[in-house]
Design a protein around this ligand. Sequence first.
Ligand code: AP5
Ligand code: MG
Length: 216
Amino acid sequence: MRLVFLGPPGAGKGTQARLLEERFGATQISTGDILRVQSEQTALGREAHEYMKRGELVPDALVIAMIEAELERTPSGWVMDGFPRTVAQAEALDEMLTRRGIPLNAVVLFGANRQTLIARLSARWTNPRNGRTYNALTNPPKVAGIDDDDGGELIQRDDDRAETVAKRLDVYDTQTKPLIQYYRRRGKLVEVDAMESMQSVAQQIVTAIRAEMPAW
Ligand code: AP5
Ligand code: MG
């Protein structure tokens, strides 16, 4: 299975990628999670963090090189969560997959309105060690502020502040939305209603993938 999850901040891409990984073993490749880890470790990561703090996209060349390295580590069975986000990134991904002879199975578009996205992000709690998310309103941890699995502290991402969320949503509209047309034209796009419950969205994704890949 080789999938791209496309959708605005807070739509549930990370939540669903993690569920697919647990259920079917498809590796979650989240550019946001990788960049957050690198932001504390390398000079390039620190440079990327400056863009992330402002809610802007990190330069294409940096994330494309990151994905190239991830594909070497994970040749098959993955879900790209948050990549590609520009037409240049989508073209680079096409080129990488063509070179390896491994086509993309589908691009799942998560649809949700702005009000819901803002509400979800303002109540999100994240495990900074592995990217797992909770939500104070819709999916709380058993103990407030503590991860159910590893018992460590949960944090609020610094780009989940209201003004940065507004910027990220605008960046999605201007820089990432053109990918909807890009993948629709190539016959790869399937859509899910991401306003539904987590379980319902998970079921919609499985149904959509089965329609695209009957042998799966
Ligand atoms: P990234 O980390 O990818 O953030 P994002 O795309 O803005 O998306 P989020 O992680 O905020 O939302 P999500 O869709 O994963 O939602 P989640 O499952 O957490 O990127 C961050 C930054 O890194 C970017 O701004 C950019 O600077 C940089 N970057 C990353 N990739 C890049 C790239 N390719 N190119 C350039 N720059 C890049 O869910 C949200 C909340 O809702 C959670 O609390 C969750 O519990 C809850 N929830 C989820 N589903 C449901 C549901 N169905 N019902 C109710 N609640 C739900
Ligand atoms: Mg995410």
